[in-house]
Each structure stands twice: as C-alpha cells, then as structure tokens.
Design a protein around this ligand. Structure first.
Ligand SMILES: Cc1cc2nc3c(=O)[nH]c(=O)nc-3n(C[C@H](O)[C@H](O)[C@H](O)COP(=O)(O)OP(=O)(O)OC[C@H]3O[C@@H](n4cnc5c(N)ncnc54)[C@H](O)[C@@H]3O)c2cc1C
Length: 358
C-alpha cells in the first residue's frame, strides 16, 4: 500500500471532537482533514463550541502577523510562526484572497531604546531599522524598525475556514463542554482548542487572561501599522494602531494579566485614545465606530502536546492546542500542522495496537 493510502486507512473510523471554533480550533480541523486529502477514509470530525464566528476572540482583533517583539521564544514557536507566514504568503497570488481576509501591510515598530532585532526579522519582508528622518516623525521614540507583513482578518477568515470544513463534511455543534470525559464514549480523540477558557477545563495554572481593549475608528487615510513598545510599561501596554481592509482602524495598547473582565472601561478607553492620538495626531478627527474588550489566552509558551485521559473503555486521547497569547493569528497554521502530526502519531499507535490477524 502506498504510504499516503496507508495513512488514510489508519484514520478511518476514528471519531475526533475538536473543542473550540476560534482560529486555533478551525485551523486544527482543516490541517487534519487536509492531511487525509478530505478522503472518506480519514477521521470523522465534529467541532464543538460555545461560541462561533463572529463571536470568538479572533473575530474582533485586527490580525497583524507579528510575534512578540522581544523575550525568549521557544524554537518550536519560531518554526510555527514561519510556517504560518509562508502558508499565508502563497494565498496572495490568488484572486479570491480578499474573501479570506488576507492582505499585505507595512509599518513601524517603535522603541524608547535600541533593542536587538527580533527572531522573526528574516520571516517578514524587507525588515530594516528606521532612519533618523523617519524617527523624527515620532517624538519620544528613539529607535525602530520598518517591515512589510500580513494582516489576516478573522471576521472573514473564520467563515472562510468554516465553508471549507463544511465542504469536507465536518459537523459543527454549539455546546459548552464542562469536562472532556463527557465526550469520551463517543470520541476517540479530543483536541482542546479552548483558548483562555482552558483555565477552567484543565488543571493548568499557567494559562491566564491577558485582557485587552480596542477602540475602532474610521480612518481610511491611515495606510501603515504603528506598534510601540515601552519596556517600563510592559508588553502591549503602549499604543498600537492597526488599519484594517475597510478603513476601520483598531487602536489598542492594553495588556492586563489575570483580569477576566470583558467589559470596556473608561480608563482604558482614555489611555488608548490619548496614546494613539499622540502618536498619530490625525486620529483626533476620526469617528469611533466600535469598542471591544477581550482576553488573550496568555501562557509562557503554547501548550501543544498529547495527554491520555481515563482508562479501559473510557480511555481517550487528548491533544492540547491553547495558550497562543497575543499572537494566535500569527502562529495558528504552524500549530495546526503540529496537531495534525500528533493526530497521525495516535492513529499509527492505534493501528499497531490491533493484532495483525484481525
Ligand atoms: C485585544 C487583542 C488584540 C489581538 N491582536 C492580535 C493580532 O493583531 N494578531 C494576532 O496574531 N493575535 C492577536 N490577538 C490574539 C488572538 O486573538 C488570540 O491568540 C486568538 O484569537 C486565540 O484563538 P483561540 O482559537 O485559541 O481562542 P478563541 O478565539 O477565544 O476561541 C476559543 C473557542 O473555544 C470555545 N470554548 C472555550 N471553552 C469552551 C467550552 N468549555 N466548551 C465549548 N467551547 C468552548 C469558545 O467558544 C471558542 O469557540 C489579540 C488578542 C486580543 C485580546
């Protein structure tokens, strides 16, 4: 049997439950189904979620492809970031790319002091340091980078993924899962893509909310992104301005670890507004069109690994894929590929466990 067919046969009949329909859950589903070429000999997949698009975290965010600008990055995450960027780049050659929510954008990262180049400087396009003339546009910021990257708007990308998955025969169920074992009699493999809610489903003290708040304005004259970094205020607690595809620009600059509050508040609104208008004064004339507060699933590193739950007939294989912090859109496809590889590993083990005379 050819290797591909053997793989297909080994997943036949396996029932997979993916819990979570954000960018991480849907891409994990697609990576698995595409690994088996959409073949009916592949696994049967159901996606369970409490919230679907347009109500997941990714639906509200701008979707800038940019990992954290500093701090140690596990080597696996650098690889997954790279894989995601390369995967997305190839879609730019297609005429239907706007449907997917993908476009190219260039912009500035600004700092108070000189900093080392980020590990992703060779992944993005045309990375370079700012000149003094460019820096003079941004009083108070003395060092910076310019590069071209991608924006992936999940309000388009998630429906695009769901359409593809529906065409592959994948089913979607609206349901809050309170314990993974409740799925165990009916599913052989469960994939945990529950974002920050994983904190309530698995004993993992490391995952915590990184609350953010956004003000969305209509400012079609802005054509670049601006992301500032102030070491004294900590990661993401400095203004950022991310133009979308339709003239709506996301203004942010808040990361509050441990804060579960999803309500917009005045104090943060003011902080974001003043910070962004100081950076780009023309924003003062922009009309506010929306506001939102949401939770980044923060963790020191993404949890992407296997675990076996239960025993005997109730034994079920679990693959965790959560904790993508403020870079879930940036890294999602590389993680989805890693999930598919773990899934194939489970299929191979199950196949070996069946006596050869059966
Ligand atoms: C303000 C802000 C700005 C951001 N900007 C960017 C950016 O520009 N670029 C970038 O790359 N990233 C950005 N991020 C981060 C990115 O949005 C997240 O990393 C990403 O959306 C996480 O995706 P997810 O699928 O893991 O989680 P979610 O989108 O939160 O999805 C979780 C899914 O699991 C389901 N679920 C959870 N618990 C249960 C349960 N018990 N039962 C059933 N279903 C359940 C939910 O209903 C949902 O479907 C930003 C985040 C914030 C808050």
């Amino acid at each position: 049997m050819a290797e591909g067919l053997e793989l297909q046969a080994s997943a036949g009949g396996l029932r997979v439950a993916i819990v979570g329909a954000g960018v991480v859950g849907l891409s994990s589903a697609l990576a698995i189904v595409e690994h088996y070429g959409g073949s009916p000999l592949g696994p049967t997949i159901t996606v369970f979620a409490e919230k679907f698009s347009p109500h997941t975290t990714g639906d509200y965010v701008a979707g800038l492809w940019q990992p954290y600008p500093h701090g140690p990055v596990p080597p696996a995450e650098t690889k997954w970031n790279w894989e995601t960027f390369q995967y997305l780049l190839q879609f730019l050659k297609r005429a239907d790319v706007p449907e997917m929510g993908l476009f190219v954008q260039s912009g500035y990262n600004l700092f108070k002091h000189r900093v080392p180049d980020p590990p992703w400087c060779d992944i993005v396009l045309g990375f370079r340091h700012l000149t003094q003339d460019e820096l003079s546009l941004f009083p108070g910021w003395s060092y910076g980078w310019f590069n071209t990257t991608l924006m992936l708007e999940c309000k388009n990308y998630l429906p695009w993924l769901m359409k593809k998955l529906t065409n592959y025969g994948i089913k979607f169920m609206k349901k809050k899962v309170t314990n993974f074992m409740e799925l165990s009699p009916s599913y052989d493999v469960i994939i945990n893509c529950t974002g920050v809610e994983a904190a309530h489903l698995v004993p993992d003290k490391e995952v915590q909310p990184g609350r953010g708040q956004l003000t969305k304005v209509y400012a079609p004259w802005l054509k670049h992104f601006y992301s500032t970094h102030d070491e004294q205020k900590g990661l993401y607690n400095a203004p950022y301005i991310l133009p979308g595809s339709t003239g709506v620009v996301a203004l942010g600059g808040i990361l509050q670890l441990g804060n579960w509050n999803e309500e917009v508040n005045d104090e943060d609104r003011k902080y974001i507004w003043e910070g962004c208008c100081k950076l780009v004064p023309s924003l003062r004339n922009a009309r506010v069109v929306d506001e939102w507060a949401g939770l980044r699933p923060c963790r020191s590193s993404i949890r992407l690994e296997r675990e076996t739950l239960g025993s005997g007939f109730s034994k079920v294989e679990l693959i965790h894929n959560y904790g993508h912090g403020g870079y879930g859109v940036t890294i999602h496809w590389g993680c989805a590929q890693a999930v598919a590889a773990l899934f194939v590993e489970i299929c191979d083990e199950k196949k070996r466990a069946v006596p050869s005379h059966l």
